[in-house]
Design a binder for this molecule. Structure first.
Ligand SMILES: CCCCC/C=C/C(=O)SCCNC(=O)CCNC(=O)[C@H](O)C(C)(C)COP(=O)(O)OP(=O)(O)OC[C@H]1O[C@@H](n2cnc3c(N)ncnc32)[C@H](O)[C@@H]1OP(=O)(O)O
Length: 188
């Protein structure tokens, strides 16, 4: 509720009307282009997109169970989704949030990072870079609606958005914990 209220306040400030729940207000309608792209695309299994044409605001719900860990596949889906939204001239703003309970994103997929070949890891880190650069340089107004814990890569994702709003819950943590993990982010 706090997040919802904060979002409304922030969106009023930026001149955008936005919402996290489509059913509550009944305002969200889907862009035919986006719906068609979603339906035809096998690359967006882990993302649910709601686009309100009347406001030009899209809500990207991350739904990659259990904790929205950023795998190569998921990172690619995120990039493609942002690109598609940027190509839609009626889209002005993007809210990124999570459908998973208690977690916005657990950051980079630790299993993929440690259990794959050097070549795959190279591709993985390039996808990490592409994701944050795409969000950071997007012409869309981007908002991270952080409705759960958001360590490391999840924090990076939120930081590269224009605005961040976090649910007021002491159980939710956010920050960069690479040092704790003994991890050095490689040169890109
Ligand atoms: C300059 C910026 C550079 C950026 C570099 C970024 C690096 C990274 O992102 S490295 C990843 C760092 N992430 C973490 O350290 C997060 C670790 N996870 C957690 O702290 C917690 O899991 C949680 C707070 C995100 C959620 O807690 P909880 O709801 O209690 O869920 P569980 O801990 O039981 O986890 C459920 C399930 O998910 C698996 N899992 C959690 N995190 C990851 C992950 N990052 N990658 C892959 N898998 C993850 C966890 O192992 C559990 O799996 P199962 O045991 O099979 O159920």
């Amino acid at each position: 509720m706090a997040l919802r209220a904060a979002l409304r306040k922030s969106c009023a400030l930026t001149g955008l009307f936005c919402q996290l729940s489509s059913s509550r207000h009944g305002r969200v309608c889907a862009s035919p282009v986006l719906v068609a792209q979603q339906r035809n695309s096998s690359t967006a299994q882990n993302i649910k997109l709601d686009f309100d044409q009347s406001t030009g605001v899209a809500v990207m719900h991350m739904q990659c169970p259990p904790v929205n860990a950023l795998s190569l596949e998921f990172l690619t889906e995120i990039c493609i989704t942002v690109e598609k939204l940027e190509m839609d001239k009626s889209c002005r703003g993007l809210i990124i949030t999570s459908s998973q309970p208690k977690v916005f994103s657990a950051g980079l997929d630790l299993l993929e990072m440690y259990e794959t070949s050097t070549e795959h890891r190279g591709e993985f880190w390039r996808a990490v870079q592409e994701m944050w650069l795409k969000l950071y340089s997007s012409k869309l107004v981007t908002i991270a609606a952080i409705n759960g814990s958001s360590p490391a890569g999840g924090c990076l994702m939120a930081m590269t958005c224009d605005y961040r709003i976090m649910a007021d819950n002491p159980r939710y943590g956010i920050g960069l914990n690479e040092t704790q993990l003994g991890m050095v982010a490689p040169f890109w």
